[in-house]
Design a protein around this ligand. Structure first.
Ligand code: PHE
Length: 458
């Protein structure tokens, strides 16, 4: 716990990113991950295509990006870990420390997300040897479907990769976030993007490219239900890593001379581009190989191997791709563990190492629910007709993150003063600042509320 009662400035011995570039890389590393390449495409598929994509884009622009700015700002202003940051700012700025509860909810959400994130990242790791084995050479959709089914049907293997991935996450967070990840994201994320472009090229030549594009972008709102709108909004929060304190924690490590709005726009743009490119690479292949776009969480794992199995040097390219995807997942998973560790560390005397391990074990254990959701527990229903994995995903992405994000927007927009915000944010123009403030005061909370009410009434 920090003794300084300054509400801004580099007080309090927070570690800091070594440069603006390093910070952008870390924030992009957090945002870009399985959410873009695994989750976005399958949610587009189950959400009926363009209806989902267009609502998603609207949410990123009008709600997600403004909240990203707000969250980074709150972290830098408070110079504290998420829960304490909000409690502290609440106390100082006339309100109440109860605002800290948003941070507590965020910690719970982060733990739940980390539990399934590590399992799915384990799938990506498992696909590295799978590619190299040659089993998927000249793969057809039947072959890739069978291979994925086999993986899911083997809990011991899933457990092994889940364990490996969680151990890596713990290892990096225990060592301190500002050190380890900078190097990884500086080189490996651009490489991952390059590989996606290769896949996009394959999809253009070999896939049903026009059909894929039309599926994603040709406005068709017949599929738009409250469920789809909630899922799309939730996915925007999940993909941008907002609503649970990740960006707040990262913002607290942000030097004061960096423009938050510019950084946030860069992060949102990079995140959205990667998701869209992944979608544009995947759907043409889905249609060309007669796969079902609404296949669900296995979509990328049955689609991309078809491309890898049939392109020159594809199995090597595929193995490298899954290594990079695993790294992208790692730079996100550490950003889930970090805010939990930071929050608890600030309130106790327990060391970073012990906390990282203890929380890692908790998330690892919770991950069993996801592993078995794709096996013996697939018929166990928890929330409505959702299996344990779907329930955790729904509870976090569709409820906790939008709620947490909207409350942070309200806090930034209504509790902090205009002058405070102006000084902390460093907008270039008053007009942009006013627009941002309007979005966090009205559009973000009202948007989230409208979607929620629609859902409750439907
Ligand atoms: N944004 C990450 C992804 O898209 C997941 C994540 C969510 C990370 C929330 C941190 C916080 O993969």
């Amino acid at each position: 716990m920090q003794v300084s009662n300054q509400t801004s400035g580099n007080a309090g011995g927070m570690p800091h990113w070594s440069s603006r570039f390093a910070f952008i890389m870390a924030a992009v590393g957090s945002a870009v991950g399985l959410g873009n390449i695994w989750k976005f495409p399958y949610m587009v598929g189950t959400g009926g295509g363009s209806a989902f994509v267009l609502v998603y884009l609207g949410c990123v622009l009008l709600i997600g990006a403004p909240i990203l700015i707000a969250e980074l700002m709150l972290g830098r202003k408070a110079q504290r870990a998420p829960a304490e940051a909000l409690a502290h700012l609440g106390r100082v700025h006339g309100g109440t420390a109860a605002w800290g509860l948003i941070g507590v909810m965020g910690v719970v959400a982060a733990l739940l997300i980390l539990s399934f994130y590590s399992v799915v990242a384990g799938w990506a790791v498992a696909y590295v040897p799978e590619m190299l084995s040659g089993n998927l050479d000249k793969a057809t959709a039947e072959m890739t479907g069978a291979a994925f089914g086999e993986l899911l049907g083997d809990p011991m293997q899933l457990l092994l990769w889940h364990t490996v991935f969680m151990a890596l996450t713990v290892f990096i967070v225990a060592g301190g976030v500002t050190g380890g990840i900078e190097a990884a994201v500086t080189w490996l994320m651009p490489l991952l993007f390059l590989m996606l472009l290769v896949l996009l090229g394959y999809a253009m030549v070999e896939g049903e490219f026009a059909q894929g594009l039309a599926y994603m972008f040709k406005p068709d709102f017949s599929a738009l239900t409250p469920e789809v709108a909630i899922a799309a909004a939730g996915q925007a929060f999940f993909s941008l890593s907002i609503g649970l304190g990740t960006m707040l924690a990262y913002g607290s490590y942000l030097p004061r001379d960096i423009s938050i709005p510019k950084t946030a726009v860069t992060v949102a743009l990079a995140d959205t581009t990667v998701a869209l490119v992944a979608g544009c690479a995947i759907f043409p292949i889905v249609f060309a190989s007669g796969l079902n776009p609404a296949e669900g969480p296995g979509l990328v794992f049955v689609t991309l191997p078809v491309a890898f199995g049939n392109m020159p040097f594809g199995l090597i390219v595929g193995a490298v791709f899954f290594v990079l995807l695993s790294v992208a997942a790692l730079t996100s998973s550490i950003s889930l563990l970090e805010p939990i560790v930071a929050t608890i560390k600030e309130r106790t005397r327990v060391s970073r190492l012990v906390l990282s391990i203890a929380i890692g074990i908790a998330a690892w254990l919770l991950g069993f629910a996801t592993i078995w959701s794709f096996g013996d527990w697939s018929d166990v229903k928890i929330l409505g007709d959702r299996n344990p994995f779907d329930s955790i995903d729904y509870l976090t992405s569709s409820i906790m993150l939008p709620l947490g994000g909207a409350l942070m927007a309200v806090f930034a927009g209504w509790v902090l003063t205009r002058e405070d915000l102006w000084h902390e944010l460093g907008f270039d123009s008053r007009a942009m600042f006013n627009l941002w403030r309007f979005l966090v005061r009205f559009v973000a909370p009202v948007g989230v509320a409208v979607v929620a009410v629609n859902k409750i009434l439907s």
